[in-house]
Design a protein around this ligand. Sequence first.
Ligand code: SF4
Length: 489
Amino acid sequence: MNSVKESTSPKRGLSLPVFHPDFMAEAHVASADAVLHAALDNSVTKKDYGRRISLAELPDADGLRQLAGDIKRHTLDHLDYYLELLERNVIKHGGAVYFAATHEEANGLIVDIARRTGSKLVVKSKSMVSEETELNDALIAAGIEPLETDLGEFILQVDNDHPTHIVMPVIHKNAAEIGKIFARYFKTPFTDNPQELAEMARVYLRNRFNQADMGISGVNFAVAETGSIVLCTNEGNGRMCTTRPRVHVALMGMEKVIPALDDLPVFLKLLARSASGQALTQYTNIITGCRRPGEHDGPEELHLVIMDNGRSRILAGEYRDTLRCIRCGACLNACPIYRKVGGRTYGSVYPGPIGALLTPLFNGLENHKHLPHASSLCGACFEACPVKINIPEFLIKLKRDEVRQGITKRPERTIFKLWAWGLQHAWSYRLGQVVQRVVLRSIGSKDGWIKKLPGPAAGWTAQRDFPMPAKHDFRYLYKQYRAGEKRGK
Ligand code: SF4
């Protein structure tokens, strides 16, 4: 856990911030971290179980997932059309729309809006895309105070830490750690009582909501047909951020648009179920335009910032379907690797199976060459995904790209070339079998297990034993069996 905390200063210059580039080194530390495992077991496993139960209650969950995936695919195939439609309809309802090509542009636009409206304190609801742009740093650099109001994000902000799960950002900390953070921050006696901790944050944040000039939110879905922004939250802070301050800025990746209001229930039925096993999140906000005459709440100004930041490049290639992601986190909860190493190991803002895809796609495979291998390819992520992104298939394609781009090391390439050649000829295949049987049996113990493999294979036995091959192979035994049969006749 401690070494995890050391690696919190992100590097930039890429589409996504990188907290550390070395998956293997972090995985070694995290896989031995008992506190992290307890925290993950306590939350991730339960959420995955909840997802299964909750989806089983639907009459045709698989059909609904297919429909959601099809709607997303259709939208991505006609993204220019739906983004223009969204823009027209937001403007029609009194909002303003901006397109940002990069994260720097998106941050710059938001800072400009804050300056123009004289906003000094900005309250934020949870938004992964603002983590992607490192919006808080940009606001602070401009002399504007950002305040996270989602409880998990607030804890991370006061501890100068980063989220490690798409939906449950503070999953890597237990109540005792949070108690210490709050005791330090609020200068109060230590408590690890979750209710008391939540109450401390609630009282503090409530007061600050009243002082804020501007609220910033992400966007779960943007409905092109009506120009509506949909926010799904569980804490109500999203509603406070978007209604209490006089200015609301919503920041979205351009893939978040959906065609029509009729499509929304499909995603609402799946999002909360997939994320946490709930039928719906506690709050589902559909925001269409700013405050109208006679209304009691809502912002005077609504600004929608639609960001590309590398998405067009992904859209144009064979990985387009990865942009269907609705950031539910179900693939993280289902993934046996994520459950062992936690989110920080993945090194960027998007962890888990979808992060193993998105991070190299955004930042370049050469900068994250371990991530396509951070998977057992068991298919649990594909099975969990509410929009049916075939993550294992895309990970295999990224591995193929590694070879094509010459990113894999020469010895590895040579070994696999030899292996492929050996499998193409019956004689070399048989010879290889004989050699490996003789070698492995010579280093095995009497109990039938090999404790230490030689050369590059030693990594396998560093963590586990390897079974010794049988004295005779199947081909030999089969021949013996047939010979016995003939004799029997
Ligand atoms: S890839 Fe699928 S399961 Fe994973 S976060 Fe995205 S929508 Fe959810």
